[in-house]
Write a protein that binds this ligand. Structure first.
Ligand code: SF4
Length: 577
């Protein structure tokens, strides 16, 4: 039989690991396997016709909250053109809601609940019960193999199709915790690990794919102290450009883990850390382990590690939380200066403990996936809209890293911790007035509106003005500064550098005529952008007392020391010539 394993991912870079796992459990002597990975941005009818072109006997789909529209359209329509095809479904939402799915989509022949390697193996061994399909139970719940017995799913022949994508990997399955909003806390999956030797062997193999990043999808990776420490030690020593991503629980970070992290090569490791809220009462209500004080203690140490990329998560809409609680958590978390800060919204997933408390907390939620909370007893819809605006601004300005110097100086030095949420809200309102939404691509416009908003705040700091001009200089690498940045002094600096450069060249090339030198140096310096701060503070903080900076295309930054002689220009000359 021809078996099509179809994944519909959120992005091209994501890989649907489940398909590769299942492929291992199909007997190639009995069946042909095709893996097809698409994204939610692909046209559903193109995917539909692609399935038809493959003409499978069996179609296997995994549904997640991000791809349900696509999956449901396929389930509703595909048997109109492929009536004899068998459909096998899996995925977290379907597992929990199997009766509802079977009722709504009679086209489904089998639903595999939970981790499905063994169940799938048995299905294919029985040729998907094609001969007596109507006499077999549609919902399949089978105790799976122990996780350590399941091999890494990728094969060397996948190298081309996995190029430039994130390679997902798991060293364990299951989670020891019981956060009430999370499906992992409610799965029948026991917490099972591979041993460190297996994991190292797998990593060695995965590195042969030269992936950009290997993402561990283990829940709370660091709670197994021994595995975590041994693996991080190993990762710190290998010679690779690949990055590694881990989701960890901040309360369980140890001194030893932090110490190993401190020895990592720069950006080798990315940490994703769910903080969710800084309110201890709420942490108790959602069964989240730890206290804010215990978590903060570790995060403060992590924030000293410039070599580690940190991504912090927070959730708005949690039980009993008011807008003031959200603002407080936001200010506390962002003050730790993570490289990425994700302000998410509570989702009430079927099968979670919190889905039994909808009435208790007065949640108003979307009927369909992703089941986002619109409002609660303590957080009205208009407050949620306000948080949405803050989230949009956070994404556009903070997480995009386009204005790091300005933003960090403005938020952490000038305004201070207690005003950060209010700043994002005020800037968000300004952007909303300018009809800016999340999808804006025009970074120049963003600079303009941030600068406009900054002018309205009437802070009047030459240091902050320098910071935003410097951000522009770093981002656009252009000789042009728009009027709103008021950067005419940078143009003057450029002239000054040109003239000094010219004099220096004239001395070096006494025999050449002036016109040639003129043409030559203009041509050579044509693509260099120049920056000069107005404040001494900026100079001291970022330029090591240099007067200004020059940006030579992709070569990096070359500092120009004004007071010294030709030595500094030598640096520039070497870079240009
Ligand atoms: S949120 Fe994380 S720690 Fe909590 S149950 Fe889910 S996976 Fe486990």
């Amino acid at each position: 039989m021809k078996v099509l394993l179809l994944g519909i991912n959120a992005r091209f870079t994501h890989v649907n690991m489940a398909l590769y796992y299942l492929r291992q459990y199909i007997d190639p002597q009995k069946h042909d396997v095709v893996i097809l990975e698409k994204t939610i941005n692909d046209n559903i009818w193109d995917i539909f016709s692609e399935i038809y072109d493959i003409f499978p006997d069996v179609l296997c789909l995994s549904s997640f909250i991000w791809n349900q529209d696509h999956i449901q359209t396929i389930l509703r329509e595909i048997k109109k053109v492929l009536p004899d095809m068998i459909i096998v479904c899996g995925g977290p939402d379907i597992s929990w809601n199997h009766d509802a799915w079977l009722a709504e989509f009679p086209s489904i022949d089998f639903i595999i609940c939970g981790a499905g390697e063994k169940a799938f193996f048995e299905l294919q061994e029985n040729d998907f019960w094609k001969q007596n399909i109507n006499r077999i139970e549609k919902t399949i719940k089978t105790t799976n193999y122990h996780f350590s017995k399941i091999e890494t799913p990728y094969q060397i022949t996948d190298k081309t199709s996995l190029k430039n994508r994130y390679l997902y990997y798991e060293a364990s399955r299951g989670c020891p915790f019981k956060c009430s909003y999370c499906l992992s806390s409610n799965l029948e999956q026991a917490l099972e690990y591979k041993n460190i030797q297996q994991v190292k062997r797998d990593i060695e193999f995965l590195l042969s794919f030269e992936p950009i990043i290997i993402k561990f999808i283990d829940r709370s990776f660091n709670v197994n102290y021994e595995l975590c420490q041994k693996l991080w030690e190993y990762i710190s020593e290998i010679d690779t450009k690949t990055k590694f991503h881990f989701e960890i629980h901040p309360f369980f970070l140890t001194e030893r883990q932090i110490q190993i992290l401190s020895t990592m090569p720069k950006e080798r490791i990315q940490l994703e850390i769910g903080i969710q809220t800084t309110n201890n009462d709420t942490l108790g209500l959602i069964n989240r382990e730890g206290t804010w004080e215990g978590v903060k203690h570790h995060l403060k140490k992590l924030s000293m590690l410039q070599n580690i990329h940190k991504h912090y998560d927070m959730i708005a809409g949690l039980p009993n939380e008011t807008i003031n609680d959200v603002e407080k958590s936001f200010n506390e978390i962002i003050s730790l200066k993570p490289e990425q800060f994700q302000l998410g919204f509570l989702k009430i997933l079927p099968g979670t403990e919190i889905s039994n408390e909808i009435e208790k907390w007065g949640f108003k939620i979307q009927d369909k996936a992703p089941y986002k909370v619109f409002a609660s007893k303590t957080l009205p819809y208009d407050a949620m809209c306000q948080i949405e605006l803050v989230e949009m601004t956070l994404q556009l300005i903070y997480n995009s890293n386009i204005m790091n110097y300005f933003l960090k100086m403005c938020l952490f030095q000038t305004l201070g911790k207690d005003c950060i949420y209010k700043y994002f809200l005020s800037l968000g309102n300004h952007l909303k007035c300018k009809k800016i939404n999340k999808s804006i691509k025009d970074k120049k416009k963003l600079f303009q509106y941030v600068k406009e908003h900054y002018d309205l705040l009437n802070i009047q700091s030459s240091l902050l003005s320098d910071c935003i001009i410097y951000d522009w200089f770093l981002l656009f690498k252009t000789q042009y500064y728009p009027d709103f940045l008021e950067a005419s002094h940078c143009y003057l600096f450029k002239e000054e550098v040109y003239n000094r450069f010219k004099i220096s060249w004239q001395k070096m090339h006494m025999s050449s005529n002036n016109k040639n030198i003129d043409d030559l140096y203009k041509k050579k310096l044509k693509n260099i952008s120049f920056f000069k701060p107005e404040s001494n503070e900026f100079r001291k903080l970022y330029l090591g007392n240099a007067v200004g900076a020059a940006n030579i295309e992709d070569e990096g930054i070359y500092f120009i020391y004004y007071e010294t002689s030709s030595k500094d220009f030598e640096i520039l000359k070497q870079a240009v010539l």
